[in-house]
Design a protein around this ligand. Sequence first.
Ligand SMILES: C[S@@+](CC[C@H](N)C(=O)[O-])C[C@H]1O[C@@H](n2cnc3c(N)ncnc32)[C@H](O)[C@@H]1O
Length: 242
Amino acid sequence: MTPPAVETTTDADRIQALFNRIAPVYDRLNDWLSFGQHRIWKLMTVKWSHASPGDICLDLCCGSGDLAQLLGERVGQTGQVFGVDFSSAQLEIARQRGENHYPPLPIQWIEADALNLPFANNFFDAATMGYGLRNVTDIPRSLQELHRVLKPGATAAILDFHRPSNPTIQAIQQWILQTIVVPVATANGLQEEYAYILPSLEKFPQGPEQIRLAQQAGFAQATHYPISGGIMGVLVVTKRHS
Ligand SMILES: C[S@@+](CC[C@H](N)C(=O)[O-])C[C@H]1O[C@@H](n2cnc3c(N)ncnc32)[C@H](O)[C@@H]1O
């Protein structure tokens, strides 16, 4: 006898559905909620990835594509960027963003899972990831996949929220999330979607733990840079030269 089909909703399904739902307002909310600062943090991330003109680059968990676009501007017409995300709604916005850019940027948008990347080993010269590591369901696996697809000696820069070590700044961060971010999101009908930031941040490994996970994934060098008083951080990882 065939067992009845069991419908299971995994954490990954829920995260995918969440980012599909928030796609239409995602960019606008990021600008409001970070007072435009996320643009500066993303520029720093591209710089720290060491992406150069002519490089083949990866932007993992690219969402609506702004970081991939910055990478595209950096590598220029002789380079190539692959923006990867598993949310089709976010990728659709990324595509539209790309259509408005002149001259067109060398970016391909790929719907795929960061935990199982559709690329050969040792393929990329550099990579970025913005606010993706906190959202994947398996951080060690995602770092292993990133390590696998980077060329020997290549660097990736991973930007995300961080819990500041200074208790006053930590209290300010919590206050901003609870009294500005969630109410603004609620006003846009997205209370549930943005209320998840604080709990996800509480579970997210701190800088030293991120370094340990990167080393376990095989990276020869890993450094975590707290930025903006430690409310954000960039993990910079480099694969061993062969
Ligand atoms: C907070 S958004 C960040 C988007 C963009 N990088 C930015 O900096 O604004 C996180 C993105 O990660 C994507 N994501 C989460 N888990 C993923 C996975 N396993 N594979 C691919 N994309 C994933 C979500 O769909 C979402 O677009």
